[in-house]
Design a protein around this ligand. Structure first.
Ligand code: PLP
Length: 399
């Protein structure tokens, strides 16, 4: 099958694997141990930490390694909100966030915290999925504890105006957390240019290994007060205990380095592949047969509005899940359900104001580093043929 689900996860780049191997079999020490094995491991972690920090404009001591973006989001949101000396209790976020942000917020709400979720620009508008800065401004209060807004959405690829968001938060001294999981390694991300105080990211979305991520925590005055969520041996200055995943950290740094090296070239290539796929489908199915979900990208602003490899399309009248079953040769996901365990349609598409059956008719294409033009053409052909088969089936059964 052809893999077009690069928002879910990515294949590990062989160069990343190569960088990790010595840390399984030769330099396998615990980075906390004082002997030579431990010191070698600690040094590898230091080098990786410095590289990762530098590539997002941070300092090494501002990086906390975690098991991934889910844990980073939990540490940022619950860690800040649950600190005994927090600012207040209101938290502000957006309806289209990933569940790794929405669920921690829901837990806090259950404990009595006040949580407000902003809406986004509606389906069919060129900025579909973007928040309205005036809405954000009017939802902020002097005692707001934290604002959490993602940089790039995992379903529709929309990029939020983080620098402007940061300016509004900064005026009131409100800490700003950003889930940048889908953005880091794909578009330029600098925590100072964006003015972010806390930022989650993870290696497995950028051709690195699963199970390793980071939270950037700005060093500032007054200091951000954050309660650790995982306590134990006191590693990472007590902010996140647990033996460091040395091979994972080394691979994470290498993956990020490679992604940044290739970013400009790769984003142009992915943008071209996306357009090729989209135009091919429109040609085969007609403009009425394919509808773009999320922000318009076929404009001069395209890189500012939407992740390069993201395409989310609705096929009116077709059930996305049925469509997936028709195409065993393609690895994709549909907007029919947020997760396979959940039968309700994507909360992101619903937040765009899409009707339920339209939301259920969508496919999310995540084009990545290892996809070729031939694969894209094959995918277009498969999707168009499967849509035609389902339409024919519907007309013959009269449903
Ligand atoms: N946040 C976003 C926007 C994501 O796309 C994902 C991945 O599914 C996560 C968080 C969770 O990341 P991880 O799998 O590293 O916990």
């Amino acid at each position: 099958p052809i893999y077009l689900d690069n928002h879910a996860t990515t294949r590990v780049d062989p160069r990343v694997i190569e960088s990790m191997l010595p840390y399984f079999t030769q330099q396998y020490g615990n980075a906390n141990s004082r002997h030579a094995f431990g010191q070698e491991a600690a040094q590898a972690v230091d080098v990786a930490r410095e590289a990762i920090a530098a590539s997002i404009g941070a300092m090494p001591e501002e990086i906390v390694f975690t098991s991934g973006a889910t844990e980073s989001n939990n540490l940022a949101i619950r860690g800040i909100a649950e600190h005994p000396r927090r600012r207040g209790d209101p938290l502000v976020s957006v309806r289209t966030e990933h569940s790794a942000v929405l669920q921690p917020l829901e837990k806090l709400q259950g404990k009595g915290f006040e949580v407000s979720l902003l809406g986004v620009a509606q389906h069919g508008t060129s900025e579909a999925g973007r928040i309205d800065l005036a809405d954000l401004e009017s939802s902020l209060r002097d005692d707001t504890t934290l604002v959490s807004i993602m940089l790039a959405n995992n379903e529709i690829g929309v990029i939020q105006p983080l620098a402007e968001i940061a300016e509004l938060c900064g005026k009131r001294g409100i800490p700003l957390h950003c889930d940048a999981t889908q953005a880091v390694g794909k578009i330029p991300v600098d925590v100072n240019e964006l003015g972010i105080d806390l930022m989650s990211f993870t290696a497995h979305k950028m051709y690195g290994p699963k199970g390793i991520g980071a939270l950037y925590v700005r060093r500032k005055r007054p200091a951000l007060r954050m309660s650790p969520q995982i306590v134990g041996g006191g590693q990472q200055s007590g902010r996140r205990s647990g033996t460091l995943n040395v091979p994972g950290i080394v691979g994470f740094a290498r993956a990020l380095e490679l992604s940044i090296e290739q970013m400009e070239e790769e984003s142009t290539r992915l943008t071209q592949l996306r357009l090729r796929l989209h135009e091919n489908l429109v040609e085969r199915l007609g403009t009425e047969g394919v509808m773009l979900c999320g922000p318009e990208y076929r404009t001069k602003n395209e890189l500012k509005q939407r992740l390069p490899g993201n395409l989310n399309l609705a096929f009116p009248g077709i059930d996305g899940e049925a469509l997936l079953l028709e195409m065993p040769n393609l690895a994709l996901s549909s907007g029919a359900a947020c997760s396979s365990a959940d039968a309700s349609p994507s909360h992101v598409l619903m937040a765009l104001g899409m009707k339920e059956d339209a939301a259920r008719s969508t496919l999310r294409f995540g084009i990545g580093r290892f996809n070729s033009e031939e694969e894209i053409d094959f995918a277009a052909e498969q999707v168009a043929a499967a849509v035609a088969r389902l339409k024919q089936l519907q007309s013959s059964t009269g449903s």
